[in-house]
Design a protein around this ligand. Structure first.
Ligand code: UD1
Ligand code: UDP
Length: 363
């Protein structure tokens, strides 16, 4: 069995790392194609270093651009590589433009596609991520759904049950594999002069929030209200998209502490020790749930409803008063929920399932 993993952004590097690790451990024939949708050191290479991953065998020169331009460039590059590499199966993860390009290029060449984190739905077609995840699911042969809910979403869309397996989310594996290493190698709170459980952590980068001046400034206003109510640091590692948009809209803040994006090991420390996290990130909704840290999601919907059900997360949208109100509500609750995203062996399960499918038949 020959596997090719396609990745391109920060969360894909992190969430595919447990699968890569397992392929390495078993000595499987696998290779990695990096679309280089993310290319800045702090969004890309730092994660390969943190997670001790080899440099990708294939690297495209995609970079930033409009959705069509970016996805089109990737399709061309991925197709060329697939023709050369001839894998039995292509694995993609999540819902980015790299995910869609990987799935589509492989499906068109009649190469089997495995979608890791299949079946998530926000049912909001205005989000580019929703378009990507729906299309990737519908051209996949192996749908690795993290939860029963995501399996149900796929069945509701007519995807045959035999293609779907509920395996958990590799984000749990990534956390379990790296949190001790983070504590041994990093001293992030000290370095940033923070005290455990005495600061808020923020990430905001989604297109629907930061490309919209009103929504982005409402969020910053909400964070200001949180800061003035609790009077503890509000730390925001700023994604490059958000940095660009803040500059373009002339948005400023002197109450929130803005820093550059941090590496995964440092981020695990920041996240696990935060009093509460405010975010529009998909991965952070999951990670906070796993760490037992309350989360306020700065969106109107979520494709991670499991976090709402267990009570680790609440949807605040972008109204500044609602952001403060939701923060107070989450802080008043007990953090005793159960992690719905699996036991940390998702990567092993996925590789095992593929290996069983591709076992050579005896004659
Ligand atoms: C992408 C994903 C999003 C995911 C996020 C993870 C899509 C449609 N969106 O959004 O779902 O949550 O990655 O972080 O695929 N930039 C840099 N350096 C980089 C990368 C980006 O400066 O390494 C800047 C550029 O100005 C670029 C902007 O960020 O135009 C947006 O990058 P892009 O890859 O288009 O989307 P993300 O916002 O990163
Ligand atoms: N992350 C990180 N450094 C940061 C911010 C986030 O390492 O400064 C990690 C975080 O732990 C999570 C992933 O990046 O694993 C989430 O990526 P992002 O929010 O960019 O994407 P999304 O999950 O929304 O697609």
């Amino acid at each position: 069995m020959k596997i090719l993993l396609v990745l391109g952004t920060r969360p894909e590097i992190i969430k595919l790392s447990p699968i890569i690790r397992e392929c390495e451990r078993l000595g499987l024939d696998y290779s990695v194609l990096h679309t280089c949708q993310h290319y800045s050191y702090s969004m890309d290479k730092v994660f390969f270093e943190n997670l001790e991953l080899q440099e990708a065998k294939y690297k495209l020169d995609t970079g930033s651009g409009s959705h069509g331009e970016q996805t089109g460039k990737m399709l061309i590059g991925i197709e060329k590589t697939l023709k050369k590499e001839k894998p039995d199966v292509v694995l993609v993860q999540g819902d980015t433009n790299s995910t869609l390009a990987g799935a589509l290029a492989a499906a068109k060449l009649q190469i089997k596609v495995g979608h890791v984190e299949a079946g998530l739905r926000s049912y909001d077609q205005t989000m580019p991520e929703e378009v990507n995840r729906v299309l990737a699911d519908h051209c996949s042969d192996y749908l690795f759904a993290p939860t029963e809910q995501s399996k149900k979403n796929l069945l509701d869309e007519g995807i045959p049950e035999k293609k779907i397996s509920v395996v958990g989310n590799t984000v749990v594996d990534a956390i379990y594999q790296n949190r001790e290493i983070a504590n041994q190698k990093r001293n992030t709170l000290n370095n940033l002069d923070l005290t455990a459980k005495n600061y808020f952590l923020v990430t905001v980068h989604r297109q629907e929030n930061v490309d919209n001046k009103k929504r982005f400034s409402n969020i910053l206003e909400g964070l200001k209200k949180v800061k003035s109510e609790f009077d503890i640091p509000v730390l925001y590692p700023v994604h490059p998209r958000s940095k660009k948009q803040m500059e373009q809209f002339g948005l400023q803040t002197n109450t929130i502490r803005l820093i550059d994006p941090v590496d995964f090991l440092s981020f695990l420390q920041l996240e696990s020790n935060a009093k509460l996290v405010l975010t529009d990130s998909g991965g952070l909704q999951e990670e906070t749930c796993i760490f037992g840290v309350p989360c306020v999601t700065l969106r109107d919907n979520t494709e991670r409803p499991e976090t709402l059900e267990v009570g680790s997360n609440i949807l605040a949208g972008t109204d500044s008063n609602k952001i403060l109100e939701c923060t107070k509500m989450m802080l008043a609750k007990k953090n005793s929920w159960k992690n719905p995203f699996g036991d940390g062996n998702t990567g092993i399960r996925i590789v095992e399932e593929l290996s069983n499918t591709y076992k050579p038949t005896r004659h």
